[in-house]
Design a binder for this molecule. Structure first.
Ligand code: UDP
Length: 331
């Protein structure tokens, strides 16, 4: 039985990866320090004898007893408001955390897949974004802590591949949605759906003409799985190329939820990318992969999930309070 370590296991992508690898017959070790993750996302796996959970912060030395075949490094705050609240830790998990996991992969002779991001393209001047575009990133802007950590992560991963001959994989993940997103994580899908369910105005930032392309979680997980098992070491975009404006998206959420809330406009956050759409020709070619789930079908799933949450969760203060993780900020 192959053994896989998944960091960020209690998060949105990480928890779905745990499910996938358990279903594919792997032994799974999930690791998370629960800063932005939630044990609720993986508690259904606790009775499974092939699943183990370690509460650990990967920015400190990572020890795993025994053999390991694969590592998937998915630990990181991933929403703009999260990495604004915990900027140093965001830098550390992308940089020091990745270093520790590459060291562990080397020690165990394991293949490692790194979760990179469309944010490495910054506010892109090339559209759609293909892997050979170097990006347009502000290193000192508010998103710099995430973008530059992920760019460093790609660089150190390639260095370990070239210098130590290690088996590495790099996924550039574009906006992904589905059940288990945190209702209050600030990202546009939970934000609009939460607002629709609470009867609040939908807050469109800027004029709403900025674009994004949303990928359903099951498609994303399949792409990541195929990339891990492929023999391709350079970065690969995984996302859905169907692009839309945020304003159109707000209207789509209103029609899906049957709500007739107003749409209001708020200030655009600094460095908010104006356009984003993955060119997935490479993924199609080398992984034989492309998204299958339409937005119309996919969006029903997170909506049903958010609707099933308790009233208390639905009305919980807008953002998660990180004060219990004060020690991390001091480190
Ligand atoms: N956005 C918005 N209203 C919100 C939250 C986000 O208009 O309440 C916009 C945000 O400015 C961005 C887009 O939606 O242009 C996607 O934002 P998200 O935080 O989901 O992720 P990003 O793709 O920017 O990393």
């Amino acid at each position: 039985m192959k053994k896989v370590l998944i960091t960020g296991a209690a998060g949105f992508l990480g928890s779905h990866l745990c499910d996938k690898f358990i279903n594919e017959g792997y032994q799974v070790i999930g690791m998370d320090n629960l800063i932005t993750g939630d044990l609720k996302n993986i508690e259904h796996l606790f009775p499974n004898k092939n699943f183990e959970f370690y509460n650990h912060d990967v920015t400190t030395f990572v020890h795993i007893p025994g053999d390991l075949d694969y590592i998937l490094h998915f630990a990181s705050p991933a929403s703009p408001i999260d990495y604004l609240k915990i900027p140093i830790h965001t830098l550390k998990v992308g940089a020091l955390g990745t270093h520790n996991l590459l060291g562990l992969a080397r020690e165990k002779n394991a293949r490692i897949l790194i979760a990179s991001t469309s944010e490495v393209y910054g506010d892109p001047l090339v559209h759609p974004q293909s892997e050979d575009y170097y990006g347009n990133v502000s290193s000192i802007g508010p998103r710099g802590v995430y973008d530059e950590a992920k760019r460093f992560q790609e660089a150190i991963t390639m260095a370990y591949h070239r210098y130590h001959g290690m088996e590495t994989r790099i996924a550039r993940i574009f906006n992904t949605y589905g059940p288990r997103m945190r209702l209050n994580d600030g990202r546009v899908i939970p934000a609009f759906m939460g607002q629709a369910l609470r009867g609040e105005d939908l807050t469109v930032f800027g004029d709403g003409l900025q674009t994004r392309s949303f990928c359903f979680i099951e498609d994303q997980i399949e792409g990541l799985y195929r990339l891990l098992l492929s023999d391709y070491v350079y970065p690969v975009n995984i996302g859905n190329p169907e692009e839309m404006t945020i304003l159109d998206f707000a209207e789509e959420v209103l029609s899906l939820t049957g709500a007739n809330n107003r749409i209001i406009f708020k200030e655009l956050p600094e460095d908010d990318p104006m356009q984003r759409r993955p060119d997935i020709s490479l993924a199609k070619k080398i992984l034989g992969w492309e998204p299958k789930v339409s937005r119309e079908e996919g969006m029903r799933k997170p909506f049903a999930y958010f609707k099933s949450l308790s009233k208390e969760e639905l009305y919980k203060s807008a953002h998660k309070d990180f004060s219990e993780h004060e020690h991390i900020r001091k480190n």
